[in-house]
Write a protein that binds this ligand. Structure first.
Ligand code: ATP
Length: 270
């Protein structure tokens, strides 16, 4: 049985308005939304829609969020799986999971398949480390390539995948008719950080000491996920001191905490 989680159109509530910044990336996926909503238009005119697009960028920048928003905007089902879910110790399990996933998706077309961390399964063949799961991973990758080639470009199944390591991917995945489009999802600049703060401040009760411009300036290098964390931490800090509003000091403490956490993470990885 495939572990793919099926969200149907009634429970994907994410739309483009939840995705702050990422203006170019949003523009690029808009064509996919349009296709999913009007598939016959494309077939009538003889156009070929790309089968898939690869979302490339650092962790926490909104790749998953953007993929969900495509499904939410188009009101289509969203099948999501992580590349690491495919990679199993038992021979044949990964490949059969891939088969299951595509079978389910074809039944529900038009729809989106989202594969997070595609690098876990899509690393260049023959170049991986030597642990025993490697052949199994290659089988899984081969199955994925077979499935992608096996349906027509107008079948209504669009495959989005995410990675922060496009450089390690097997070139076969990037060939025409597979993930032939790459969409960059970068860390937010000052203005994008303001927009992301605006989204994540919305549910909070803040007082007037809280200024978006100031917060954006205090958080260079933060991802969207880091900013979401800051907002949540600030609310927790304020609640702990029994305040009725979240104020600037709470945000400053939250930023310090997140910076501390990021520094620790970087120390471990370097
Ligand atoms: P990873 O590579 O770690 O899987 P990702 O790029 O898929 O990360 P998401 O999982 O989409 O990142 O982001 C995590 C959370 O961070 C989102 O659910 C959202 O709350 C927040 N976030 C990230 N980017 C944005 C953004 N551009 N606008 C609004 N919120 C964002």
């Amino acid at each position: 049985k495939s572990k793919a989680k099926l969200y149907d159109k009634t429970n994907i509530h994410v739309t483009f308005s939840d995705v702050a910044g990422l203006h170019e990336a949003k523009q690029e996926v808009e064509e996919i939304v349009h296709f999913l909503k009007n598939p016959s238009k494309y077939t009538e005119l003889g156009g070929k829609i790309p089968k898939g697009a690869l979302l490339v960028g650092p962790p926490g920048t909104g790749k998953t969020l953007l993929a969900k928003a495509v499904a939410g905007e188009a009101h289509v089902p969203f099948f999501s799986l992580s590349g690491s879910d495919f990679v199993e110790m038992f021979v044949g399990v990964g490949a059969s999971r891939v088969r299951d996933l595509f079978r389910q998706a074809k039944e529900k077309a038009p729809c989106i398949i989202f594969i997070d961390e595609i690098d876990a399964v899509g690393r260049a063949r023959g170049k991986g480390n030597n642990f025993s799961g490697n052949d199994e991973r290659e089988n899984t990758l081969n199955q994925l390539l077979t499935e992608m080639d096996g349906f027509g470009s107008n079948s209504g199944v669009i495959i989005l995948a995410a990675t922060n390591r496009a450089d390690v991917l097997d070139s076969a995945l990037l060939r025409a008719g597979r993930f032939d489009r790459q969409i960059y999802v970068d860390l937010p600049d000052l203005n994008d950080r303001k927009e992301i703060f605006l989204v994540h401040l919305k549910p909070l009760k803040t007082d007037k000491t809280v200024d978006v411009e100031f917060l954006a300036r205090q958080t260079p290098g933060f991802s969207g996920a880091d900013i979401a964390n800051v907002c949540n931490e600030a609310a927790l800090i304020a609640a702990r001191s029994d305040k009725s509003f979240v104020d600037k000091d709470d945000f400053m403490s939250a930023v310090d905490r997140i910076v501390g956490g990021l520094e620790k993470k970087n120390k471990i990885t370097t």
